[in-house]
Every structure is written in structure tokens, then in C-alpha cells.
Design a binder for this molecule. Structure first.
Ligand code: NAD
Length: 509
């Protein structure tokens, strides 16, 4: 039995109890594996989605290739206009889609809606970009020569995404890729398949209304099987992968073996440092949101909190008190601040993680228990660690466990921040200019996102998003991230009547 009828907003998104999970560029289909959409609040099955078979995948790629020329020939601002219309469609469905994200992932509605807002924002940004994707004009050393850069689309882009941001990450990739002139195939996470189907429907509807090739977006839901087909397929010059470092490593190796490009957005292990001169109230609020938001399942979630010893006891006490007031419950309810973990597998990670933490000297200050009931609820947890280099701190557990630690000297705290293999996001709380510029400078934080007086999670779409080291090195969303979805040609044009060679080389026949 399905709990589908309990959630009327699903129908507004064109969803049904049994859904096709493959849009092959022309029609909805799906004769592959069945994926159940499960509500993590009570583990009831909401609906099912039938994924793509390898044959359906092949049809989708062929349809994309057939539609390529038509999509590429559209003037860039025309593609921008389509993306603008897509943004309006997401505006219209923001409430329903936000609730679906909340229902299927387990994050609170405000965060679900926030994710849809990110899609709307990236649509606006991509529309603006469609009139400003400029190449450079470069002075030539040769007389009567003209040098310019021309940016052309890559062709087909494959997007593989994770469960925790089941709509926004796709939105970042698709909107920029589409404006740049690419066609996108998406494989979302199997456990958030309704989100994938709903977003695809919204976009296909706009393409259809504009009489444009629908194969600008195809959807092939599946697991590692379909993911691997995309990764090994030379017809995808770019694979944008968001997920764990473990799977990212496999993806990276396979794509680079065929000389494809990747954008890798992998695991984080994010730190917040509270200096002696920091505003303690701000640091407290920022830490709570960053560590508890999405039940600790954001790539940018706060894992390690380093507090200057002069502030340690007072902030520790306030944090424990704040944690005790966090309302854990149904993410669809007003007032809930922390929903359930996404899956039973996450509960095991929480339990096993706590065991290891205690073996390595960690002391639980609050939380630490799996809550009774049919859902995947756990208590948001604070652990006091004395050794900031304990082996467990090198890993991203992806559950709401926050480590708190003491430090005395900022250089030492920066060294601890940088001591982990991941390099996504980091924050410093200070009111001292010297600290600030040390932190953002070459000997400061080694992460892709470096914040001051705000927490490590909750990035704006205007900046390039991504991280260093085992986070994969990719950059998505804002700034000049669009360049990764295009290939750059350096074009030299001779408009003279002789043939001077570069570097003054003489080659007289
Ligand atoms: P995951 O690695 O298990 O899965 C990610 C995607 O990869 C899914 O769609 C999955 O089906 C697919 N996949 C699995 N095996 C594959 C294979 N062999 N080939 C191709 N595709 C394959 O990750 P998850 O549990 O869904 O997500 C959590 C992880 O994602 C965390 O580590 C988190 O930090 C990371 N994440 C990173 C960012 C970022 O921007 N840096 C954003 C969100 C999530």
C-alpha cells in the first residue's frame, strides 16, 4: 500500500503512485528497476518510480544527439529566455516542490523551499549570463592578425546527483549547461526519485510549450548501473558528479581514462573556528544551523567546532542548552527544526560512528541516541574531543554529530582546519582584521568556501561552489563556473596578404 493520497501536493506536480522514471527526450518510459519513494518520518512508501533500462538509456542518448544541432543553433539569449520561463514555472510550483523535497529527503519545509529558491535564482543568473558569455580579444604579435576566444558548447552533459540536495544541484547544472548550448542527461539519487521526476516534468512542459527539442533534458533514473553507463560513455564530454568521495573517486578515474571532463562535488568535513574576539551569540546561532540543518546531511554541514579556550566553557554550555531546545520531528510540521535521517543506512552510520568516537576519547555532551518510533529519528549530538587529530575526525559521517574542541592559538586552529583530507567549507568568527586576512589568505583555510562571521553551510548561487582536495576540485553555480560547460577555441584570423609566422620564425620556400 502507498501513502500517496496523504499528500495532495504531489498531484500538483504531475506525480502519480506509479511513475515512469525515464524521459528519453521524446516520451516518458521506464522498464528498469523499481525504486520506492519512502517517507523517512515513518518509513511509509509514498510512491514508486520505474527506472531506465540500458536500452532506454541508449534511445535517450540518441535522441539527444539528434536534437543537438537545433538546440545549439538557438541564439544564446533565446536559450536564456527559455531558462527564464523555467524559473517562472519553478516559482509557480515552489510550495509544492519544496514540500516534496521535505517529504522525500526529510529536511524541514523551509530548507526544502530554500532548495527550490536556489533553482529560481540560478535561472535568473543563467538568463543574465545568456547575454554575457564573452570570450576575450587578445592582441596578436603579427601584423594584420586578429586573435579571439570563442566559447562553444560541449554537447552532451551527464549529471549524477546525491540524495541530500535532490533538486538544487540538478538545477545549478542544468540551467547553466542549457544556456551554454548543451543537452543534459540527469540521473538523480534513486531514493529521491519523485523529486527528479517532478523537476523534469516542469522543464519538459516549458520546452514543449516553446516547441523546442525536448531532448535538451533527458532523465534516466537508476543506480550505479545507469551511472556507470554515463560515466563510461564517450558521448558525454562532461560528467558532473555530486556524491560521496568514495564513488567520486571511481567516477573520476573512469572519466579521465577516456579523457572526459568532470565536475566533482564530493564530501566535506567542515570546521568553524571561534576566536577570542568573536561575537559569541552569532557563533552560537551559526553553529546550530550549520550542524543541525538537514539533520547534519549537507555537504557543508558543520562537523568540527574549534573554540578559543577563553570562550570554551561558556559557549559549550550555551550550545548544549540550545541543542536541548531543538524540536526534532516531522519536517512538514511548522516549528520542527530537525527532521529524520534520510535512510536506515544513515542510522547505522550514526550508531557505528558514536561507538568509534567514544573509543577514540570522545565524550557525549548531549544527544547520542536513536529515537523510538517508526521513523529514522536520532538525537542531534555534541561530542567533546580532546584530540583534534583523532582518526575519526578525518571522516565525513554525514549525520548530526558535532565535535567541539579547544584551541589557544589561531595558527594551530588553522592547521587543524586544514588537517583533514576534505576541503569544502570553513568559517572563522572574529572581529580582528589581522585574523580575517590571515584566514582568507594563502596560509589560511585551504577550502573552496572560506567564510567569516557566518557558518560554513548555506551558500549563495552567485559564487562558485565547490571544494579542494578530496572534495573533488569542481566549481558549480556562479562566478565563471559556466566555462566548464563549454570548450574554448583560440581563433587567430589573418586579414593581411602575407604569412608572418609567430615568434618571428622564417620558413622561406
Ligand atoms: P553517493 O555517492 O552514494 O551517490 C551519489 C550518486 O552516485 C547517486 O545518484 C548514486 O546512485 C550514484 N552512483 C553510485 N555508484 C555509482 C557508480 N559506480 N557510478 C556512477 N554513479 C554512481 O552519495 P549520497 O549518499 O547520495 O550523497 C551524500 C554524499 O554526497 C556526501 O558525501 C555529501 O558530502 C556529498 N555531497 C556533496 C556535495 C557538494 O557539493 N560537494 C553536495 C551534496 C552532497
Amino acid at each position: 500500500t502507498f501513502a500517496f493520497e496523504k499528500y495532495p501536493f504531489l498531484k500538483e506536480l504531475g506525480l502519480e503512485q506509479t511513475n515512469h522514471g525515464c524521459f528519453d527526450g521524446e516520451k516518458w518510459t521506464g522498464n528498469g528497476k523499481t525504486f520506492l519513494s519512502v517517507n523517512p518520518t515513518n518509513n511509509e512508501v509514498i510512491a514508486e518510480v520505474r527506472g531506465a533500462t540500458p536500452e532506454e538509456y541508449e534511445v535517450a542518448v540518441q535522441n539527444m544527439n539528434k536534437a543537438k544541432a537545433e538546440w545549439v543553433k538557438l541564439p544564446l539569449p533565446r536559450r536564456g529566455e527559455i531558462v527564464r520561463q523555467i524559473g517562472d514555472a519553478f516559482r509557480k510550483h515552489k510550495a509544492a516542490l519544496g514540500r516534496l523535497v521535505s517529504l522525500e529527503v526529510g529536511k524541514i519545509v523551509a530548507e526544502g523551499e530554500g532548495e527550490v529558491q536556489e533553482i529560481i535564482d540560478i535561472c535568473d543568473m543563467a538568463c543574465g549570463l545568456s547575454r554575457s558569455l564573452n570570450g576575450q580579444i587578445i592582441p596578436s604579435e603579427r601584423p594584420d592578425h586578429f586573435m579571439m576566444e570563442q566559447w562553444n558548447p560541449l554537447g552532451l552533459v551527464g549529471v549524477i546527483s546525491a540524495f541530500n540536495f535532490p533538486t538544487a544541484v540538478f538545477g545549478w547544472n542544468f540551467m547553466i549547461a542549457a544556456v551554454c548550448g548543451n543537452l543534459t542527461m540527469w540521473k538523480g539519487s534513486p531514493s529521491t526519485s519523485l523529486c527528479s521526476v517532478a523537476c523534469t516534468k516542469i522543464i519538459i512542459d516549458i520546452l514543449e510549450k516553446n516547441n523546442l527539442p525536448k531532448a535538451a533534458l533527458t532523465l534516466c533514473m537508476g543506480e550505479a548501473d545507469i551511472g556507470n553507463l554515463m560515466v563510461e560513455d564517450k558521448r558525454f564530454p562532461l560528467i558532473s558528479f555530486t556524491g560521496s568521495t568514495q564513488v567520486g573517486r571511481i567516477v573520476s578515474e573512469k572519466v579521465s581514462k577516456r579523457f572526459g571532463k568532470t565536475i566533482l562535488e564530493l564530501g566535506g568535513n567542515n570546521c568553524l573556528i571561534v576566536c577570542e574576539d568573536a561575537n559569541e551569540e552569532l557563533a552560537l546561532k551559526a553553529s546550530c544551523f550549520a550542524a543541525v540543518g538537514t539533520c547534519g546531511q549537507r555537504c557543508t554541514s558543520l562537523r568540527r567546532l574549534l573554540i578559543h579556550s577563553s570562550k570554551y566553557e561558556s559557549l559549550k554550555e550555551k550550545l548544549v542548552k540550545a541543542y536541548k531546545s531543538v524540536v526534532v520531528g516531522d519536517p512538514l510540521n511548522n516549528g520542527t527544526l530537525c527532521g529524520p535521517l534520510h535512510s536506515k543506512a544513515q542510522i547505522k552510520i550514526y550508531e557505528d560512528g558514536l561507538k568509534q568516537i567514544q573509543e577514540q576519547g570522545g565524550k557525549i555532551l548531549t544527544g547520542g541516541k536513536v529515537m523510538d518510533g517508526p521513523g529514522n529519528f536520532v538525537e542531534p549530538t555534541i561530542v567533546e574531543m580532546t584530540n583534534p587529530y583523532a582518526p575519526i575526525l578525518q571522516h565525513e559521517l554525514f549525520v548530526p554529530i558535532l565535535y567541539i574542541m579547544k584551541f589557544d592559538d589561531l595558527d594551530e586552529a588553522i592547521a587543524i582546519n586544514n588537517s583533514v583530507p576534505q576541503g569544502l567549507s570553513a568559517s572563522l568568527f572574529t572581529s580582528n582584521l589581522q585574523n580575517l586576512f590571515k584566514w582568507t589568505g594563502p596560509l589560511g583555510a585551504d577550502t573552496g568556501i572560506v567564510n567569516v562571521n557566518i557558518g560554513p553551510s548555506g551558500a549563495e548561487i552567485g559564487g562558485a561552489f565547490g571544494g579542494e582536495k578530496e572534495t573533488g576540485g569542481g566549481r558549480e553555480s556562479g562566478s565563471d563556473s559556466w566555462k566548464q560547460y563549454m570548450r574554448r577555441s583560440t581563433c587567430t584570423v589573418n586579414f593581411g596578404k602575407s604569412l608572418p609566422l609567430a615568434q618571428g620564425i622564417k620558413f622561406d620556400l
